[in-house]
Design a protein around this ligand. Structure first.
Ligand code: UDP
Ligand code: MG
Length: 312
């Protein structure tokens, strides 16, 4: 019999966890030929999430949990889940029921019978999401596709079932700065896409504000692309050429018409413009250096505070 691990990162999900458990249990009970385990990762929640997880662990032998010593972020939670999962197949699901459990049987069929290593949910639309957030997200995916030369599409999220082979490949990517959407694309493997409608979370609040989404977007770009450095180099060359042309032009003008002292505004504008570009380029370099700095420390991706029996 195949073992299927459902990995659920949870951060302050007390309101939705009981509903999630009931809904997923209904679907898992109907899936024949599989032995399932529900692996919850408590990402340093400050509400009663951990209490609920301890209860689930005692009531249902299929449930396990790992609790982090603080909030390490969803990326770390997913990594911990994959690392601790015992299943031949693993699926990552949000706790808020935005990832429909009804798709699980179809996903299992794809990886078990249809020869795929991965079956991923594809969110068809962004209904119920604010229009500014939706616009910015779409723009971000266009930029990252161009910059990283990898197919990271809007709508392709973390909701996916994977074979042991793919899970092990993901675990082999041990970087500290994790951007899972990029890692899924990086490891490759044949993926089947199943579209689903976006629904609002069943209860509770989203953990992502504009600031954290913006940081996440920048992390994605700097983790998977060095194009910003290339853009800086191209800007440098263009400015050099421009200054040559301007210099020669001014030289000729002076030879013909003489030198009237003027150009105060031009000089001020140029200084501001060039200093601005220099600072921008330095900050781009700084982003890469700081990423490298964090990597070189070799700190653990997550730290476990407690767990149910049988996990780390
Ligand atoms: N999550 C987490 N750690 C965090 C933030 C979120 O484990 O620091 C979990 C959260 O509990 C949920 C999933 O990641 O199960 C998706 O979070 P959320 O629904 O807030 O994101 P959204 O769907 O709005 O993108
Ligand atoms: Mg959500």
């Amino acid at each position: 019999m195949d073992k299927l691990t459902v990995i659920v990162p949870c951060y302050n999900e007390e309101e939705v966890l009981p509903v999630f458990y009931q809904e997923v249990k209904k679907v898992l009970d109907r899936m024949e030929g599989t032995e399932t385990e529900l692996l919850f990762i408590d990402d340093g929640s400050k509400d009663n999430t951990l209490k609920i997880l301890r209860m689930l662990d005692t009531c249902d032998e299929r449930c396990r949990y790992i609790a982090f010593s603080r909030n390490f972020g969803k990326e770390a939670a997913m990594y911990a889940g994959l690392e601790q999962a015992k299943g031949d197949y693993c699926v990552i699901m949000d706790a808020d029921l935005q990832h429909p459990p009804a798709l699980l049987p179809e996903m299992y069929r794809a990886v078990k019978q249809e020869g795929f290593d991965c079956c991923a949910g594809f969110r068809k639309d962004r209904n119920g999401e604010g229009c500014i957030r939706s616009f910015l997200s779409k723009a971000f995916y266009k930029v990252i596709q161009k910059m990283s030369h990898m197919n990271m599409e809007d709508g392709a999220g973390d909701f996916r079932m994977m074979s042991r082979k793919m899970v092990d490949s993901i675990l082999a990517c041990k970087e500290y700065n994790r951007y899972m959407k990029g890692i899924f694309t990086f490891v490759g493997f044949d993926t089947k896409w199943i579209p689903f409608e976006n629904v609002e979370r069943a209860a509770g609040k989203t953990k992502w504000g504009f600031k954290s989404l913006f940081r996440y977007a920048l992390d994605g770009i700097f983790s998977f692309s060095t194009t910003p450095i290339t853009i800086a180099a191209v800007a440098g060359v263009l400015l050099f050429v421009l200054s040559l042309v301007y210099g020669i032009g001014t030289g000729i003008h002076t030879l013909i018409f003489g030198n009237k002292v003027s150009g105060y505004t031009t000089i001020v504008c140029l200084i501001l413009f060039l200093n601005g570009i220099q600072l921008l380029v330095i900050s781009v370099l700084g982003e890469y250096i700081s990423k490298n700095y964090m990597e070189s420390k070799g700190r653990p991706i997550y730290i476990v505070k407690e767990s149910s029996k049988g996990s780390a």
